[in-house]
Design a protein around this ligand. Sequence first.
Ligand code: BGC
Length: 857
Amino acid sequence: MKLRNRGYTGALTDAVSPRETENRRLARRMAAEGMVLLRNRGGVLPIPKGRKIALYGAGAQVTVKGGTGSGDVNSRDSISVRQGLEEAGYQLTSIGWLDEFEQIYHDAREHWRKKIFDSVNAPGVNGNFFYAYAMNPFIIPCGSPLDTKAACADGADIAVYVLSRNAGEAVDRREEPGDYYLTEEELALLRQISKAYRDIVLVLNTGGPVDLTFTDEIPNLSAILLMGQAGQEGGNALADLIAGDVVPSGKLTDSWAFRYQDYPSAEYFGSRWQDGWKAEYREDIYVGYRYFDTFEKPVRYGFGFGLSYTRFELVAGTISANGRMISVDVQVKNIGSQYPGKEVVQLYVSCPQEQLSKEFRRLCCFGKTDLLQPGQSQRLNLSFDAASMASFYEERGVWALQAGQYGIWIGNSLESAALAGTVVIGQPIQLSQCDHICPQQETIPLLRPDPDRMMARQQIWQAQSAKMPVCKLDAGAFVAETVDYTPVGADPGDPAWQLVSKLNDDQLLALSTGRMKAQTGELGNAGWTVPGAAAETENLLACSPWNIPSIVLADGPAGLRLKNHYRVVDGQLEVGTVQDSLENGFFSSDEPKQGTSYYQYCTAIPVGTLLAQSWNLPLVEEIGKMIGGEMLEFEISLWLAPGMNIHRNPLCGRNFEYYSEDPLVSGAFAAAITRGVQSMPGCGTTIKHLACNNQEEKRKGSDSILSERALREIYLKGFEIAVKTAQPMAIMTSYNMVNGIHAANSYDLCTKVARDEWGFAGLIMTDWTTTTTSTAGECTAAGCLAAGNDLVMPGKPEDHESIRTALADGTLSRLQLLRCIRNTVRISQLSNQVEDQKCYRSLYPNLPVYMECRADL
Ligand code: BGC
């Protein structure tokens, strides 16, 4: 085996490389595809190029490209909305306001910088710079009030107002002015703007929902465009939509409620319930649209909603079944006369309510058309595995399809979805029998819909379906699966096993954690050879003949998170500290200009939610391939992404990193990006955070208390889809507990579910410094390995102690340890640290298809 000859990564020049130019083009395409048009009264958008636009709002001048913390990317630059609109040829009439804002912003940032340094030694922060930074998020200033007289005379009749919010790991968002609500200053400015201009276009440069009640009060707020946090090409992509060069085709992957209190988890979320220590998932499976649709609660903008500049007609054909796969053809026609566009077709299923109460509808398949010219049609064939319609019958521990009628709804949003026919299942079908996992140690009240109302609604659609297509599913196409939970024994036929079984205890221990630094446990900057990487595993290169290279890991999910500049001084690489790796070095001290400079410019792509809002799986796969290309360039083996936790509540501080409130959307996009990354030799993804990491408050140790059914149907489902259909190289466990056991120490999650039930074949690692928990409820390194969590990251001496002690007292067996190290070593040998590597994807050519959309013109 030939190992890569490691040199310094990056380029010796600061010049823009052809790869950068090409990748930002793709990032721009991606960004435009995921923005969602929410309102467009009187067709105020698009705005012809060359027109005058009055541009205001914090995000106009300094556009937020993504979230903070490990989810940030140190890109070369980031195009603001102002730059994008100017570049597109608009005449901006508010330059004075924007320039003034630049100064206000600069002063606020300096003030904030000082505040972070001052708070490093505050109680609870204990000298940890990352926490000082994360716990004190930057509050974006509003900007000056309007000079109304000048504004009225500036010749523009349209104003664009960009509202920005930021968020990041370790803290949740706040249901307060400045975050979920607008501040008085912002509202006052908007009111002034509304008086000075004919129309306002509101651009939401936010990572998730904000309260939009104010949009009802401003009569000329004609358009609302959810820009999201769109990566470094955000400003250009927005301009593409405003100009109509790209026609909006994004759709929401979350429900935007009228009020925060409308969300079923509102009261029980984060610090507002039991101080954040106990997260009681009382809404059970009724998360997001599953709640609103079942409980008939109106929302402001529903799941799957998004407007276009054109209109489409959808005609569903007959429903057919081939084995387990159910298919529907949908004819989509652009019935507008002016603009081309793409449409997203969504297929929802109503499952029988008799034996177990279920959500009214769930998404089971989706697909997107190509760009259709006015008058043009395309036939989409949507097909999905009937297993998507199954429910988990908790008492019996089975996944099953109840006998009865299943309603198939098709539309371009949940709200518009119309009944298209039914699937009939003649007898119950058991798909698999499972062991119980993560038993609840405390009971909590669970939300249930009124069964009479559910039956009445079911009867309505059943009556409606009388003359519609019916498809009978053949129960014979299903073979009930039996899961084998027997612990895996030694595997002498496996080369990785042969290797690890010859290692001594010290070597095994070294490989059980990341390669440690003197300053251990740093979040996001524990790499050795690639500055800004999150960490590396230990290598045994010095101990010939082992040839075990280290795996280099870098964060995501909004691109590759590295330092974009570092130096080599007297042959010594300066990895720097965590403060150098944050926000493009904003917190770095002025370095002396010596040594040789290296540059690592990675592309900042849109945040996870925006990627999913594109509903375009092939495009996201292309993005994955692009990331894989950058991983090869910077010698990164594992990308610590995608993040794929469920958006349980809009205030979760990391929702922007994740895809959706829906598990199918989450799983399908995680699988798509994984397929892309893993099509590059030796590159892999790390899907994270398994599981129920749905709040940042007390993230190390808050207890997510939920039913096994909700755990399996909602919170694990996306991970299951990603593992079964894409085999990511790695999984990262979460910081929190699940029903009283730390996820990182959970044998049920790491072994029974991920490996035994889903067939996961890669490496499982902890989140960073998980074993330093801040609560009662122990999470130990030995406990991780015993659970089948192979690698404790980034590692500290106490972790080795914990493992050594457990080996000595028999609470961890050598077999358990070997199994974990084998998984790590196997991935290191399949990684791009080894020359002439294959694509990991090619090792798994026959993965099942969960859903598919084929298009013909
Ligand atoms: C985050 C992870 C991240 C890790 C390494 C942690 O704080 O929760 O998502 O991958 O740091 O930077």
